[in-house]
Write a protein that binds this ligand. Structure first.
Ligand SMILES: Nc1ncnc2c1ncn2[C@@H]1O[C@H](COP(=O)(O)OP(=O)(O)OP(=O)(O)O)[C@@H](O)[C@H]1O
Length: 938
């Protein structure tokens, strides 16, 4: 071997060695690279599948995007030269991802659909979600008092990305909560119509017919949309609007919203639902369905619709907007229907595919609507009696925010009167026989059935000659009374003072409530009740029938009444004190109209047929055309848009109000109301002020008659041992005088122990004889000395008494310990006799009388005398000095004659039968009218 060959072989060997080394190194790098590539391919698969979503990856192209990595022959994924991935490895990684997917949905799949089903069942009972077989064709019975379904079913949902199908019910919020906006394509429009029809049927079939009204407007057609609902039109439950007159529908809805705001959303309520509270829905829902054609509405319609949408929900106005592109600034549920018939809605979001429920069977829909219409018609023709004004269960309402009383019916629906902070007082007008009293009965019955006596108190005053409110107080024939009535005043037409007394009482009560509110740092009754839940703060409704009598004359009574009325009318509203004034003719009431501030407070106006000036005439002449037994109820101070016309049921016939009163009385009679009956004479022995009198008081109280006040209290004078404590009765009628003297003496008798007082009854006119004898008997029965003397004995008694008093005055003897009352009937009849002078002393009987009057009271000797005229009384007194008569009661004496005896207010006194004017110069600044007692003499 040549050296050259040897060198070549060595080179070749080392080259081979080098190649071996290089290929060994390359082989290990390739292995490592392949391993990395496999990992990379696995990650790439996972990244792609997880990123796309395994559901979609399995379903569509995502996986095939991976298959290019899979070599056909080797079934390997990835670049066959570089990074093969076996199918097993791929499946393994996919299984892992599928496992993770199932795990993450596990909780939802096992519990979610059931929970949703349960939820829908609980908040959407009955027609709101149940299958149609159980309700379609049966008109609803709910009146809202059981609540309003929160959701309404539309179909079935499925989470698109879930590993297994787990369907659940899909329901959407509607009434009061959310409008509905449906968008469809030409292909799915029919489904949209079906959805609207189904939802309407669910709502219409849930509630009592009449509680839901439907309006339909379709840009494309006059008729034809929702044909299955057409039977509802005959009961006015469905109104189809002209395609060209969208503005009319929108105007109607806007006006309705305005009316709800002024009439229903009063006293701080923001929604109709909060007004209705737990009770019956008072305001029906109006659902307006607007079908568009995917084109925008005209700008002005768009804006008006947006306004309706914004304000409607609170007022029960609900929109179903189909294929009208619009944005609304209020809660709205959107359902989007795709061409393939699937849907999504905002309630469940974009990841849930909703399959709408199939439309209800074609034949059943019109039949169901016919049944609803029929029921509604039946209800409309049936509703209308006094009984229909009353709630199913009495005394369940709260008067915290105000009171509501259905008083009549319009088209089968109740029409209500409301009294609250914003509609505080009511004025009722109508000529004689138009049904005012009947209306008041309807209102009172309705109120009393709704509110318990702890929620509502009534003060009822009737100036009519009749006795329309008398039945509310216990009577001889019917012992029951209206448990809410605290005071019933009847036959007060001559006793206008009683009207003033009632207003005064209300003004005082108003002040008491205002003080209590102040203490709790609130300003109105509703808040006071919230702050003082233990307190009793009923609303007060004071009804004055024929109240024009109160302002009938230009005198102090009218002046006082006007002032008090103004006070109560202005400030009563926030203290829960409401006035209902009724009159044949309000136009002539000067005192009233002169004060527009008063009148403005009477925002509730009720006009019966042919009523004048109750409504805002001449623009509002609705009362002129009103049929018999109807009324215009207006809560907007009588302006025309506020008119609601209703028929008032007969509420005075037997079996109506009387029956209700009896029922309520049996339920809980409470205390009988105070009764003031101007035609009755108060019985002394029945008067609590009389029976409460007891012996022992050093200054006994003399009761002279009954004051015309709310409490029915007695007019009283205290016989202190001070000058002037004598009483004069002035008038020509013995009956009046004897009643006052008899009541006075009898009340004194009750305040002395037997034989603790001496009574001398001087019968100086024959006609007084029976009274004197009766009184004497009564006093003797109480154990007192009660001697009856006549003309022949008067001089001696007076002289003796005067002598004793003079002796005491001179200190010759002790003051008499026994009280002595000289009851003198017809003092003036003895004037001539008393004027005669004693030949020896030159003193006359008149002098003795003056001495007794002057010095008696300090020594427990008091005169109770009757004079038959003012001049005759004055003749018994020292000229020009009348102080010794500290108190007097005048009957048939003109006011001006009394001026020298009392304050200038006596001037306005005009005598009237069986009424006296009483003045006590020690106690009074102004005189009072009193009714003398029946002392049992007859
Ligand atoms: N809604 C009615 N349905 C049936 N009868 C009615 C109705 N309203 C009133 N009446 C009857 O009409 C008569 C007169 O009614 P009411 O006494 O209420 O009228 P008024 O306006 O108060 O009259 P007046 O001022 O003369 O007392 C009564 O006999 C009453 O029963």
């Amino acid at each position: 071997m040549s050296r050259r060959d040897d060198r070549r072989r060595r080179i070749e060997d080392s080259f081979a060695e080098f190649q071996r080394a290089v290929s060994a190194a390359l082989g290990s790098v390739a292995r490592e690279h392949r391993a990395l590539a496999t990992e990379h391919a696995k990650d790439l698969v996972e990244f792609t599948v997880r990123g796309t979503g395994i559901d979609r990856a399995l379903r569509d192209s995502a996986l095939t995007d991976v298959t290019p990595f899979l070599t056909v022959d080797e079934k390997r994924i990835g670049n066959p030269r570089q990074a093969p991935l076996s199918m097993a490895e791929f499946q393994d990684r996919l299984a892992q991802i599928r496992h993770d997917w199932q795990q993450s949905y596990h909780e939802w799949t096992t519990t979610g659909p059931d929970q949703l089903t349960e939820l829908v069942n609980s908040v959407a009972r009955g027609p709101a979600s149940w299958p149609y077989e159980s309700w379609l064709g049966h008109p609803g019975t709910h009146d809202g008092s059981e609540g309003v379904p929160e959701l309404w079913r539309i179909g079935t949902g499925e989470v698109v990305s879930a590993p297994e199908a787990a369907p659940f019910p899909v329901a959407v919020p509607l009434l009061d909560q959310s409008h509905l906006h449906i968008s469809s394509t030409p292909d799915s429009r029919q489904l949209a119509d079906g959805l609207v029809e189904s939802l309407l049927l669910r709502v219409l079939s849930h509630f009592q017919p009449g509680l839901v009204h439907v309006h339909v407007w379709d840009v494309g057609q006059l008729t034809g949309s929702l044909p299955g609902l057409y039977p509802l039109t005959r009961a006015n439950l469905l109104t189809v609007h002209d395609p060209a007159r969208l503005h009319e529908l929108l105007d109607e809805l806007s006006e309705h919203i305005r009316q709800v705001h002024t009439k229903v959303l009063v006293d701080g309520h923001l929604t109709v639902r909060s007004v209705s509270g737990e009770g019956r829905r008072t305001e029906p829902w109006r659902i307006a369905v607007l079908f568009g054609n995917r084109k925008a509405l005209r700008e002005e319609h768009q804006q008006q619709l947006q306004r309706v949408a914004r304000n409607g929900l609170a007022c029960g106005v609900q929109l179903f907007i189909v294929d009208i592109p619009i944005t609304v600034n209020s809660p709205v549920e959107t359902v989007v229907l795709r061409s393939d018939g699937s849907a999504t809605c905002t309630m469940t979001g974009k990841d849930v595919r909703v399959t709408l429920d199939p439309a209800f069977p074609r034949t059943l829909v019109p039949r169901a609507c016919a049944a609803i219409a029929e029921k509604r018609e039946e209800r409309r023709s049936r509703m209308g009696t006094f009984g229909d004004l009353l709630p199913d269960r009495p005394w369940t309402e709260s008067s915290a925010a105000g009171v509501i009383a259905p008083v009549g019916f319009d088209d089968g629906e109740q029409v209500c009167v409301q009294l609250g902070d914003t509609s505080p007082h009511a004025l009722v007008g109508g000529p004689s026989g138009s049904g005012k009293t009947n209306f008041l009965y309807a209102m009172l019955g309705s109120l009393c059935a709704r509110y318990s006596p702890d929620e509502l108190e009534l003060y009822l005053l009737d100036f009519k000659e009749g006795v329309s409110f008398a039945q509310f107080a216990p009577g001889r024939k019917d012992p029951s009374w209206l448990p809410h009535a605290r005071l019933v005043g009847v036959n007060v037409n001559t006793d206008r003072e009683f009207g003033v007394a009632l207003l005064k009482f209300l003004a005082d009560e108003m002040r008491r409530r205002a003080d209590a509110a102040k203490q709790h740092e609130v300003t109105k009754l509703e808040h006071l009740r919230a702050e003082d839940p233990g307190g009793r703060w009923p609303r007060i409704v004071a009804v004055i029938d024929e109240f024009q009598y109160l302002f009938g004359e230009r005198d102090q009574v009218t002046a006082a009444a006007t002032q008090l009325l103004e006070d109560v009318a202005r400030r009563g509203r926030s203290q829960g004190i409401h006035l209902v004034l009724s009159s044949q003719d309000v136009s002539g009431i000067e005192g009233f109209w002169g004060k527009s501030a008063i009148f403005e407070q009477f925002t509730v106006r009720i006009a019966l047929p042919k009523a004048r000036r109750v409504l805002a005439e001449p623009q509002n002449d609705a009362a002129v055309e009103l049929p018999r037994w109807h009324a215009v109820i207006n809560h907007e101070s009588g302006v025309k848009p506020g008119n609601e016309i209703c028929r008032v049921p007969d509420s005075t016939a037997k079996g109506t109000m009387d029956f209700l009163q009896n029922e309520l009385w049996r339920r809980e009679p409470g205390q009988a109301p105070g009764l003031f009956d101007g035609s009755k004479v108060p019985l002394l022995d029945a008067l609590p002020d009389f029976s409460d009198l007891r012996p022992g008081d050093a200054s006994p109280t003399v009761l002279l008659g009954q004051v015309i006040d709310v409490a029915g209290s007695a007019a009283r004078v205290r016989f202190a041992r001070t000058p002037g404590r004598n009483i004069a009765v002035i008038g020509s009628v013995v009956q009046d005088a004897a009643a006052v003297l008899g009541g006075a003496a009898a009340s004194l008798g009750r305040q002395h122990h037997p034989r603790g007082a001496r009574f001398t009854l001087a019968c100086l006119v024959d006609e007084a004889e029976p009274s004197a004898q009766h009184l004497s008997k009564r006093l003797r029965a109480d154990g007192h000395e009660a001697e009856v003397i006549y003309l022949d004995g008067i001089r001696e008694v007076l002289d003796e008494t005067a002598k004793d008093l003079q002796a005491i005055g001179k200190g010759e003897t002790d003051a008499p310990l026994t009280s002595h009352y000289l009851v003198l009937y017809g003092v003036d009849a003895a004037q001539t006799l008393l004027e005669q002078k004693d030949p020896a002393t030159r003193a006359s009987g008149v002098d003795s009388l003056r001495t007794v009057l002057k010095h008696g009271p300090e020594n427990r000797t008091h005169v109770l005398g009757w004079w038959r005229g003012v001049q005759r009384l004055k003749a018994s007194l020292p000229p020009g000095v009348y102080d010794d008569i500290g108190a007097w009661v005048a009957f048939d004496v003109q006011g001006k004659e009394l001026l020298s005896l009392g304050p200038e207010q006596v001037m306005s006194w005009s005598p009237r039968p069986r009424r006296g004017l009483f003045f006590d110069r020690f106690e009074h600044s102004r005189p009072q009218v009193i009714i003398p007692f029946d002392t049992g003499e007859a």
